[in-house]
Design a protein around this ligand. Structure first.
Ligand SMILES: Cc1ncc(COP(=O)(O)O)c(C=O)c1O
Length: 389
C-alpha cells in the first residue's frame, strides 16, 4: 500500500451532470443528501484504469476475465480473512439485480421473505417483484439510539412454514450496524433450526468506521458459509455505482447453477467494459483510498452530530459503525418524519430521505448521506439547525 493522500475536501460541481442525486433536486440551491452515492472523485487508480480503457476506443461487449475473479478472491482474503473459491462466484450488473436473481432462484411465488427493519427500501421491491411476501421483523431500538436484533421475533417469523429465506443486510443500511460474529451466529442458528437460507447483502462492507470491524456472514462458521449466499460489489464504497458491476458468492454449486439461470432469465448476465475495469482497479489497488475515506466520513459524522447535539438536541443520532449514512430519530420534534423531511427541504434546502421508506419502523427517522465534502456537511447542518430553531 502506498502513502498517497487523497483530497476529500475538493468541491466537485455535480449539478447538471446527469446525476440522479443532484438532478432530482427541485432547485440549484438544494444540497442533496439522499440517495447513496458520493460527491468525491473515484480513487486515482480507478480513474487511470478507466482512462486507459477509454483510450482504447472500442467498447464492444466485455468478456469477464480470470483477473476479475482474482480481484475478488484476493481482496476478501487479504482484507477480510475470507477464502472464496473461484467456482463459487457469479457476476451481474448490480447488487439489486443480484438479489432479484437469487430470490428468483431460491424462492417460490407466495413464500415469505423475512427482513430486519428499518432496511434498504429496494429489499421490499425485490421481494414483491418475485411475488413473495415481505415479513418485517423490526430491530430493537435501544436507549442509546443504537439497534440490535430481536431474536425472539426473528425465531417466530422464521418458524412459519411458508418462510424459507432471510434477506439480511451486513452492514445494515440504514441502522449503521456492523453485525458481530455472535449476532450472526445466532441468526444463522435460527435459520438452520427452521430450514431458512440467508441472502446477505454486503455492499456496504468496506465502509467501516475506525474502531469497528466488518465480518462477512460466510466466515462466521462452516454452517453459515454453507447456508448463505452473499451479494456484494465495490460500487458503493468506491463511488462507481453508476458503472454497474457486482458479484454473488455461493459455495452450493446446485444453488449457484440456479442463480446463474436466473441471471440469464433476468437478462442481467453481463458487465460493461468500464464497470469491469473500475471493479478490478478498486479491489486491486483501492485499499489506501478506502481507509482514508472511512476516516473522512467518521469526521463528517462527528461534525454533524456534535453541531446538532449542541443546537438541536431533539435530533438523536444512531451511532454509526458502518456505511456513510446518518440515521436520525426526529420523533422528539413532535413532527412525523415526512413533515421533518419536507421542512428540511422547503426551509433548509437540504434533501434527505424520509425514514418511512425503510419500513414501518423507519417512521420518525430521517437518513442523511454524509459522503460529501466536510464544508457541505457543515453548511447543510447549519441550515437544518436554523430551520428548526
Ligand atoms: C443495502 C444496499 N444494497 C444494494 C444497493 C444498490 O446496489 P446496486 O446499485 O448495485 O444495485 C444499495 C444502494 O444504496 C444498498 O444500500
Amino acid at each position: 500500500m502506498n502513502n498517497e493522500r487523497f483530497d476529500f475536501d475538493e468541491i466537485i460541481d455535480r449539478r447538471h451532470t446527469h446525476s440522479v442525486k443532484w438532478d432530482f433536486c427541485p432547485s440549484d440551491d438544494v444540497i442533496p443528501m439522499w440517495v447513496a452515492d458520493m460527491d468525491f472523485k473515484a480513487a486515482p487508480c480507478i480513474i487511470d484504469a478507466l482512462k486507459e480503457r477509454l483510450e482504447h476506443g472500442v467498447f464492444g461487449y466485455a468478456n469477464v476475465p480470470e483477473e476479475f475473479y482474482d480481484s475478488i478472491i484476493n481482496w476478501f482474503s487479504r482484507r477480510h480473512n475470507w477464502t472464496i473459491d473461484r467456482n463459487w462466484i457469479e457476476y451481474t450488473t448490480g447488487v439489486v439485480p443480484a438479489i432479484n436473481a437469487v430470490l428468483r432462484a431460491i424462492t417460490m411465488p407466495g413464500e415469505n421473505v423475512v427482513v430486519l427493519t428499518p432496511v434498504y427500501n429496494c429489499f421490499f421491491v425485490c421481494i414483491q417483484s418475485n411475488n413473495c411476501k415481505v415479513v418485517e421483523v423490526p430491530l430493537i431500538y435501544k436507549e442509546d439510539y443504537s439497534y440490535s436484533i430481536n431474536f425472539d421475533a426473528l425465531d417466530k417469523a422464521l418458524s412459519d412454514e411458508n418462510t424459507h429465506t432471510l434477506l439480511f443486510c451486513n452492514p445494515h443500511n440504514p441502522a449503521g450496524r456492523l453485525w458481530s460474529k455472535d449476532e450472526m451466529l445466532k441468526v444463522n442458528n435460527l435459520c438452520l433450526k427452521h430450514g431458512v437460507t440467508v441472502i446477505s447483502d454486503e455492499i456496504h462492507c468496506e465502509m467501516v468506521m475506525p474502531g469497528h470491524e466488518y465480518t462477512p456472514f460466510a466466515t462466521i462458521s462452516q454452517e453459515a458459509q454453507d447456508n448463505c449466499i452473499t451479494c456484494g460489489s465495490p460500487s458503493k464504497s468506491f463511488n462507481i455505482a453508476g458503472l454497474q458491476a457486482a458479484f454473488i458468492v455461493s459455495n452450493n454449486l446446485d444453488i449457484k447453477a440456479r442463480i446463474n439461470k436466473a441471471l440469464i432469465d433476468n437478462q442481467v448476465c453481463s458487465i460493461n467494459p468500464f464497470g469491469l475495469e473500475a471493479f478490478m482497479a478498486a479491489y486491486n489497488y483501492g485499499e489506501n483510498w478506502i481507509l482514508q475515506f472511512n476516516e473522512y466520513i467518521d469526521g463528517n459524522f462527528r461534525l454533524m452530530r456534535d453541531m446538532m447535539n449542541k443546537e438541536l438536541p431533539e435530533f438523536h443520532f444512531t451511532p454509526i459503525e458502518g456505511t456513510y449514512l446518518a440515521w436520525i430519530d426526529v420523533t422528539p420534534t413532535g413532527m412525523t418524519s415526512t413533515e421533518v423531511t419536507k421542512k428540511i427541504l422547503d426551509v433548509a434546502k437540504v434533501l434527505v430521505n424520509d425514514g418511512t421508506m425503510y419500513g414501518k419502523s423507519g417512521d420518525g427517522f430521517i437518513r442523511v448521506n454524509l459522503a460529501t465534502q466536510r464544508s457541505v456537511v457543515e453548511e447543510a447542518t447549519r441550515r437544518i439547525i436554523n430551520a428548526f430553531k
